[in-house]
Design a protein around this ligand. Structure first.
Ligand code: ZN
Length: 483
């Protein structure tokens, strides 16, 4: 949005642009506006994104989506960490750090930039919008400014920049200057996007503002660039997505108890996480699996009190109400999966006494268990068809770090044979999740978290063996990862 903090006598704008400069901008923008007047009348704005509804409505989230239809909540939100950033303007601390780097990069490239505006409070925005309505009428004011509570500038994440020499300040011609072109090509490297790009007025509701940068963080900025998505409205308005849409999506609970879904991109990486729900702090372990056979991925979760629950997946975000499957599961290693060919997903469970059982799926409860092994000690298991023979196998991770392959016979038992060694040193691995399609269609492997450094790696399963790992991410040590 246009920066005229000085009109509001803002103390956050010690280097105020001259009033005259801003008024000189308006006639140039009128021409642009006339060209898009047709679409503006219908306001074809697609925001309202059903996906990721929780995080992008949180104003403290650097990815918060603020549009004409999506005001800040609360309306009078004030960022908690405002600092004086480049040029002395108030902005959030993350914005300041990133903007400092961006300005250094622009200067090094020979296109020095200056900050023209940054944070505006609710009251400042109210006065600004009222002044536009007074001068131009509501319809035009709507296209160049935001109602109070609806401005990105109120998030502390938006900054308006201009050439250091003041040329083309707050005008669309800024986009054609070396500085404007540098920003369009390089802002993403610093976690910024040009929030109101040229040609997207029907989506954003705003005319082209090549000077208005929005900090969204490097992950989102790079993902938008890589996927060729120009606006946040488009990025976040994809159709409603189930909590876990593919068998390569990863579920993890953070220390605050929020369950997150990390959607796999299919290219060996995880995409932008989406909150599935809060209140998962008491869940000490679990798995993402189709438990009820409806083709949707569900969650089996065990609580600290030893209860085991089934949370049905839906076609929309979130999970259905939990169904209690049993009690007394403390100290057990629980591995759900399609162990017996032709039967519903069941549970393989190793008890504290080292006995390995199979619990059949009997609808919304567990059926009578059968013993399938003894002497398993504290070994944990992962179920996957390792050798690709159409029968599920168990990967047994022993406390000494040895990884052994127990091939299943498809009928509930094991193939009698000497167990092949799949790996060594896995006692440093604190989580193993089977994923399909994580690194290309038809791929199969596991995502494993290192207890040593908190890194997450993908181990492809190729030809019945693990291929060398690919590090996917870091910082996972405090999460409870669903298997
Ligand atoms: Zn702006």
């Amino acid at each position: 949005m246009v920066a005229v903090d000085h009109l509001l006598r803002s103390s956050s704008n010690p280097a105020a642009v001259g009033r005259r400069r801003w008024f000189a901008v308006v006639p140039r923008r009128l021409a642009t506006l006339a060209a898009v007047a047709g679409v503006l009348a219908t306001q074809l704005i697609t925001a309202g994104g059903a996906v990721a509804a929780v995080p992008i409505t949180d104003p403290n989230n650097v990815q918060v989506l603020v549009t004409k239809q999506r005001p800040l909540d609360p309306l009078r939100y004030v960022p908690p960490d405002l600092v004086r950033g480049p040029g002395g303007y108030l902005m959030r601390s993350v914005t300041s750090t990133a903007l400092g780097r961006l300005c250094a990069g622009a200067a090094a490239a020979g296109s020095p930039l200056a900050t023209v505006s940054a944070y505006r409070s609710y009251d400042q925005q109210a006065a600004l919008f009222a002044s536009y309505v007074n001068q131009y009428g509501l319809a035009y004011a709507e296209t160049i400014s935001a109602h109070p509570g609806h401005s990105e500038h109120q998030t502390g994440l938006a900054v308006d920049v201009g050439n250091a020499d003041g040329s083309c300040g707050l005008g669309s011609c800024f986009g054609s200057t070396p500085g404007g072109r540098w920003v369009a090509a390089n802002a993403w490297r610093y976690g910024f996007i040009v929030r109101y790009p040229n040609g997207y007025t029907a989506i954003t509701g705003y005319t082209w503002e090549p000077w208005h940068l929005r900090y969204v963080g490097p992950t989102l900025a790079a993902d938008m660039r890589n996927r060729g998505i120009a606006t946040m409205e488009q990025y976040f308005s994809t159709p409603p997505r189930p909590a876990f849409a593919t068998s390569a999506d990863l579920g993890a609970i953070d220390p605050a108890g929020t369950l997150w879904s990390y959607p796999a991109t299919g290219r060996g990486t995880l995409g932008q996480r989406v909150a599935v729900g809060a209140g998962w702090g008491g869940v000490t372990g679990g798995a993402v699996v189709d438990w009820n056979g409806d083709g949707r991925l569900d969650v089996i979760g065990r609580h600290a009190d030893g209860t085991l629950w089934f949370y049905p997946g839906r076609s929309t975000p979130g999970l259905g109400t939990g169904v209690l499957l049993g009690t007394g599961w403390n100290g057990w290693a629980v591995t759900p999966g399609p162990w017996v060919n032709g039967r519903a997903t069941s549970i393989i469970a190793r008890g504290p006494d080292g006995v390995l059982y199979q619990y059949p799926n009997a609808g919304n409860r567990l059926g009578a268990r059968t013993v399938i092994g003894r002497g398993w000690g504290t070994t944990t298991t992962t179920m996957v068809d390792v050798d690709g023979d159409g029968r599920q196998d168990l990967i047994a991770k022993r406390s000494d770090g040895l990884l052994l392959l127990y091939r299943g016979n498809g009928a509930g038992g094991f193939v009698p044979e000497t167990r092949a060694v799949l790996g060594r040193g896995w006692n440093g691995i604190s989580s193993v999740s089977v994923v399909f399609g994580f690194n290309g269609a038809g791929s199969k492997g596991v995502l494993a978290r290192s207890a040593v450094d908190g890194s997450l790696s993908y181990y492809p399963l190729i030809g019945g063996r693990f291929a060398p790992r690919i590090v996917v991410g870091s910082g996972w040590s405090t999460y409870r990862i669903l298997s």
